[in-house]
Structures are given as structure tokens and as C-alpha cells.
Write a protein that binds this ligand. Structure first.
Ligand code: GDP
Ligand code: IMO
Ligand code: MG
Length: 432
């Protein structure tokens, strides 16, 4: 029995989908615990590409159960679309292997409408959200007016909740944002349709997870987003509305903290960020363009170009602290092949000459931080075929080893290509 959590250590898109797919063969169940379809997790198997937004990345393995925990915000239209698209590609995802928590909150059309209206009203100061209604859905959860998956099984309750919410949201949409109001009746009918299809998938996920563990089974928890998009610990307000840190797996899935064994921290070999917000090591030069082009850095959800920069050890070290990361998985190392020199950020310098060893809470201060870099030799050898650590060039290993030493966690996996097979295993993730 083992419970392993996979989390992003930067600003998302570290390659969580690939690694979860790779590790799935070792577990019985794969669990999403926060976020929603703002996530875009890419899997490449035998050259074929799949992008998942809500269904856990273990779904391509036929005999595994995928769980969507209570902490996830679920857009039923997106979920059903994902089920249908997988079916069209020969991956059947019936209720026997996809379970949705009855306590999960549902994203409603007014959430996406408010998300988009707010971003529009913010103009240049926009957060750069994915526009999927994630923030407004979590707001309703906290305000205790949210619609939960279980409500799909009680039509009268569903109707009254939708009517009350639409009355309030329409007031804001029409009077404050000058957008079109929505029809409660149309939304109700739309969601009744979803209810028919989704009812067999809805269950007490916490109880089912307990049964897997009681039977000696193992679970893999799939984080979405990344540590620095965490609503508490990230670069607020340029963050998402959930907690991507590992501790949130307990709350978001209904599993006790004493059940969890280890935390695998995903680290892209450089840094990327989609949307607004401070990014101390951002590169607006040819090195940044190199990462963007060679790394195909376009958002899996919105298609937006991702901002790119050098690897920031301060960012990753903070993630190791916040999530209790026990092992590192470095991804996209192959993207750096061919660069003459690499730079690794080990601290920040402030205009007054002072230095910082952690990200400050003040965004003004973070915006003033100048990275302090260590320089590394690059490598020119093609590393995409490397399957053992010793296959990597010495300069490449020096870069990885300094990272591990600086952030205080061991190297567990190294990914050298998007395909499931393009991976070097240094330690057994499930041995901890
Ligand atoms: P996630 O959101 O953390 O799952 O990451 P995304 O799927 O949004 O973005 C990671 C991208 O990098 C995807 O297109 C992956 O197929 C790709 N990828 C993952 N690992 C590697 C790697 O080691 N090398 C390269 N070149 N691409 C990778
Ligand atoms: P995965 O799981 C990268 C970013 C958005 C925006 C901010 C808030 O694929 O790593 P939201 O729609 O959540 O309210 O947007 O968070 N963001 C992500 N960036 N990867 C993600 O997920 C993201 N999910 C949200 O770009 O800056
Ligand atoms: Mg992604």
C-alpha cells in the first residue's frame, strides 16, 4: 500500500500528465484533488498525443480506476466532452472506472461568464485566467451557495439553487459588467440533461479510496497547476483559486494525512508561466525564444504562448518546503540541449543591495527582485535516447546535481522527451 502525490513546483505545466501516466502502472487508483479544467495535462503514448483537463492522467491504462475528488471543480459539459472524445479514440471511460465525488462543486455557465467579465473589466491588470469559471466556482463554494454533484440527483434542490444563483449573478452581469443576463430555466434544463448521463459516475469518493487502501491497494494523487499558483502560497493575486500544494490532497480527496507516503515534485528544467504576474527569471531574449520554440511552450488549455526563463532554484526550493517534496522529477531537460551556457537562480538581489532567499509576499518587492545566477556549461549531445543517468553528459549531470543539492531533495526521475518511454529512473518513487 502506498500513497504518492505528484505536484508542480513552479507555475504549472511541468509535465505532471506525462509522469502520472508513467507511474499509473504501479497503482490501483489515480486521484485529482483540486483545480478543474483550467488544467491541461498532456500524455504522449507511442507518438499519439492526448490532452486531459479533468479526467486523471491514468485513464489510458484500462484496468485502473480514476477518481475526481471533492476538491475539484467540475464542469459537466467539459467532463462529458472528454469522456466522448476518449471513446472516439477507443478509450472507454464508463462509471466502473471513473468516479466523481458527490461533494465536488460544479462549474455553472454563470461562473465562466463572471470570470470572463471580470478579466475584461480589469483590462491591462487582468490575471490572465483560463476563463473557465474556476475562481467564481470556488467563490460560491466558500460562500456556501455552490451546486454540488450530488445536487444533480435532486432536481428540485438543483432548480432552487440555480434560480437563486442566477438571480444574483444576473444582477452583477447586467448592472455592473454590462453583459448579457443568463436564463435560469435554460441552465436547469441543460444540467438535468447532464444529470442523466453523470448520475452513475457520482459516488462517495473518500469511502471508495479508503476501500482501495484497506484492500492493500496504492493510490497516485495528481496535482494540477503548481505551487506558485497556490491561492495561499503563490504569487497572489496572480494565482489560481485552489491549493495545488501537496497538503491539499487530503482535504480535496477525503484521505487522512497519515495515509500519505511521499511527494514527487515536478520541476521543468527551465521556468514557464502562462498569464500575468511576476517572474524574476523571465527571458525576453533569444534564450527565452529557444525555450519557447524547442519546448513548444503553448498552453495546453488556452493555446496561449507561455512566458519562459531560466530555472529558478528559489522557486523550487520553496516548493520543496511547502509540499514536503521527497523526490524530484526533472522534465524537458532535452529542450536545453544546444544552449552554450545555462543560468540557475540561487537568490534575489533588491535595489537597496539586500538579498532574499525566498519569494516575498509583496508583489511590489518581488517585481524588484533581480536574480542572482550561477553559470553552467551547456551540452550539445542529443539526450533524448538516454535511459540511464550515466548516459547524460557530465555538464548536464552537474546542472541537475546542483539543483538537487540547492533545493534539498534527491533526483528521482529525469524526463528527456514527451513520450512515456523517454524517462530515466534514478529511484523507485514507491519505495519511500
Ligand atoms: P502538465 O500540465 O504539468 O501536465 O504539463 P503540460 O502537459 O501542460 O505541458 C508539458 C508539455 O511538455 C507537454 O506538451 C508534454 O508532452 C511535454 N513534455 C513532458 N515532458 C517532456 C520532456 O521531458 N521533454 C519534452 N520535450 N517535452 C516534454
Ligand atoms: P496545469 O495543471 C499553467 C494559471 C492561469 C492564470 C492563473 C489563474 O496544466 O499545470 P484560473 O483559470 O485558474 O483562474 O487562472 O492560473 N493557470 C495555469 N497555468 N498550468 C495550469 O494548469 C494552470 N491553471 C491555471 O494561466 O495565470
Ligand atoms: Mg498543463
Amino acid at each position: 500500500m502506498a500513497c504518492v502525490i505528484v505536484v508542480g513546483s513552479q507555475w504549472g505545466d511541468e509535465g505532471k500528465g506525462k509522469v502520472v501516466d508513467l507511474l499509473t502502472e504501479r497503482v490501483d487508483g489515480i486521484v485529482r484533488f483540486q483545480g478543474g479544467n483550467n488544467a491541461g495535462h498532456t500524455l504522449v503514448v507511442g507518438g499519439e498525443k492526448f490532452i486531459l483537463h479533468l479526467i486523471p492522467s491514468g485513464v489510458l491504462h484500462q484496468n485502473k480506476t480514476c477518481f475526481v475528488g471533492n476538491g475539484v471543480v467540475v464542469d459537466p459539459a467539459v467532463l462529458l466532452g472528454e469522456i466522448d472524445r476518449l471513446a472516439a479514440r477507443g478509450v472507454k471511460v464508463g462509471p466502473e472506472r471513473l468516479r466523481i465525488s458527490e461533494r465536488a462543486h460544479l462549474i455553472m455557465p454563470y461562473h465562466a461568464a463572471l470570470d470572463l467579465a471580470r478579466e475584461k473589466a480589469k483590462g491591462g491588470g487582468a490575471i490572465g485566467t483560463t476563463g473557465r469559471g474556476i475562481g467564481p466556482c470556488y467563490e460560491d463554494k466558500a460562500a456556501r451557495v455552490g451546486v454540488r454533484a450530488v445536487d444533480l440527483t435532486e432536481p428540485e434542490l438543483l432548480r432552487s439553487k440555480i434560480e437563486a444563483n442566477v438571480a444574483e449573478k444576473n444582477f452583477w452581469l447586467a448592472n455592473y459588467f454590462h453583459e448579457e443576463p443568463l436564463s435560469a430555466q435554460a441552465i436547469y434544463e441543460q444540467y438535468l440533461g447532464y444529470a442523466k448521463r453523470l448520475a452513475p459516475y457520482i459516488s462517495d469518493v473518500s469511502l471508495e479510496l479508503e476501500r482501495v487502501l484497506a484492500g492493500g491497494g496504492s493510490l497516485l494523487f495528481e496535482g494540477a497547476q503548481g505551487t506558485h499558483l497556490d491561492i495561499d502560497h503563490g504569487t497572489y493575486p496572480y494565482v489560481t483559486s485552489s491549493n495545488p500544494v501537496a497538503g491539499s490532497a487530503c482535504c480535496g480527496a477525503g484521505v487522512g494525512v497519515t495515509r500519505l507516503n511521499s511527494v514527487l515534485g515536478l520541476v521543468k528544467a527551465y521556468t514557464t508561466r502562462v498569464g500575468g504576474g511576476p517572474f524574476p527569471t523571465e527571458l525576453l531574449d533569444e534564450n527565452g525564444r529557444w525555450m519557447q520554440e524547442k519546448g513548444a511552450e503553448f498552453g495546453s488549455t488556452t493555446g496561449r504562448p507561455r512566458r519562459c526563463g531560466w530555472l529558478d532554484g528559489v522557486v523550487v526550493r520553496q516548493a520543496v518546503r511547502l509540499s514536503g517534496i521527497t523526490g524530484l522529477c526533472i522534465t524537458k531537460l532535452d529542450v536545453l540541449t544546444g544552449l552554450d551556457k545555462l543560468y540557475f537562480c540561487v537568490g534575489y538581489r533588491l535595489p537597496d543591495g539586500g538579498t532574499l532567499e525566498a519569494l516575498p509576499a509583496s508583489l511590489n518587492k518581488l517585481g524588484q527582485c533581480q536574480p542572482i545566477y550561477e553559470e553552467f556549461e551547456g551540452w550539445r549531445e542529443d539526450i533524448t535516447g538516454a535511459r540511464r543517468y550515466d548516459d547524460l553528459p557530465a555538464s548536464c549531470r552537474a546542472y541537475l546535481e546542483r539543483l538537487a543539492q540547492f533545493v534539498g531533495a534527491p533526483l528521482t526521475l529525469v524526463s528527456v522527451g514527451p513520450d512515456r518511454e523517454a524517462t530515466i529512473v534514478l529511484q523507485d518513487v514507491f519505495a519511500a
